[in-house]
Design a protein around this ligand. Structure first.
Ligand SMILES: [Zn+2]
Length: 326
């Protein structure tokens, strides 16, 4: 999803109307069959189910949110997580709307007995970050963890009339290193925070090496073709290969159902496929638009939906941009 407007109350109305426009645009490419497939691919025990998503239990103190926006409910949009330790509770992502973040915080309290103490936002895109205010219903809330690049991009996108509370949330964010992995000790559970580039100029993954679970942010999409709006495609491919080689049992993608190793391989084939089309376009002199219109995902790679019909074209454009040195 693209960056929407800011998550103040007034901003949310703007966001909602922008999304309504999206919804009209998005209505055609989602056959009912794809939606069914999506909703059936549950892996963990479902502890909460809403029109916008479901919370799946992964193991003691670990849950993954799988958002299901294809039905038209954009409360959360991105996937996320709840990770509990004896000293703290980390929520991954701040979601599309304050309502989505508030729902996640309330679930964290129900399931763990405490309000989130930490929130990690994997990158600056609105569907992962615009809801941050929802974690602060009475003005106080968790520490927000982002890279400096993500914070800068968030602040640059903030209108001058942004509410002080929301401005403060991002000003006070705790910054993660962008040149080496870091960690966060939740008490009896230490999470590894790894910086990457590829989907945007600053992405972070969250992993539990001992438990075999990795939250990939939007470096990984499952059953849904990724958004290349801000992508540097060669870095994206590199990051995906490295993430897959961490040997996790479960990968929580930024969008789509939980992924296993085979799903990661399938996703790599999908992004390799668009690279091949982009290379053909360069050789044959096709425009990105022509290449996007010609591109097909290999049938044996299963059903892949597009958030937006222009996503193939965007991906080819991202490759062309990278090759031209831009
Ligand atoms: Zn996203």
């Amino acid at each position: 999803m693209t960056e929407h407007s800011h998550p103040t109350r007034r901003g949310f109305i703007k966001t909602a109307s922008a999304c309504a426009a999206h919804a009209a645009l998005m209505a055609t490419p989602f056959p009912a069959a794809a939606r069914t497939l999506w909703s059936e691919r549950t892996q963990g025990r479902v502890v909460a189910q809403e029109p916008f998503g479901r919370l799946e239990s992964l193991s003691e103190g670990l849950w993954a949110l799988v958002s299901t926006p294809l039905g038209g409910d954009y409360t959360t949009v991105s996937n996320g997580g709840i990770l509990a330790g004896t000293n703290g509770v980390l929520v991954i992502e701040a979601f599309q709307t304050p309502e989505g973040a508030l729902w996640m915080a309330e679930k964290a309290r129900e399931l763990t007995g405490r309000w989130p103490t930490h929130v990690l936002v994997t990158h600056y895109h609105g569907d992962h970050s615009n809801g941050a205010q929802g974690f602060f219903p009475d003005g106080t809330g968790p520490s927000i963890h982002v890279t400096g690049t993500t914070r800068r991009l968030k602040r640059e996108g903030m209108p001058a009339d942004t509410e002080p509370l929301l401005r403060g949330i991002w000003e006070d964010a705790v910054l993660l290193a962008e040149d080496r992995p870091g960690s966060l000790d939740l008490g009896g559970r230490t999470v590894l925070l790894s910086p990457w580039q590829g989907h945007t100029s600053s992405d972070v993954t969250v992993s539990l090496p001992d438990e075999g679970v990795t939250w990939c942010g939007d470096l990984v999409w499952n059953g849904m073709f990724p958004n290349y709006m801000d992508a540097t495609p060669s870095q994206l491919s590199r990051a995906v290969r490295a993430i897959q080689s961490d040997g996790s049992d479960t990968y929580v993608p930024g969008h789509g159902p939980l992924a296993k190793d085979a799903d990661m391989s399938r996703y790599l084939e999908v992004i390799n496929g668009i690279e091949e089309t982009a290379r053909t376009a360069r050789r044959e002199g096709w425009t990105a638009e022509e290449a996007g219109a010609r591109h097909e995902i290999r049938e044996d790679l299963g059903e892949w939906t597009l958030f937006n019909p222009s996503y193939f074209q965007r991906a080819v454009e991202a490759w062309m941009k990278e090759w031209s040195g831009g």
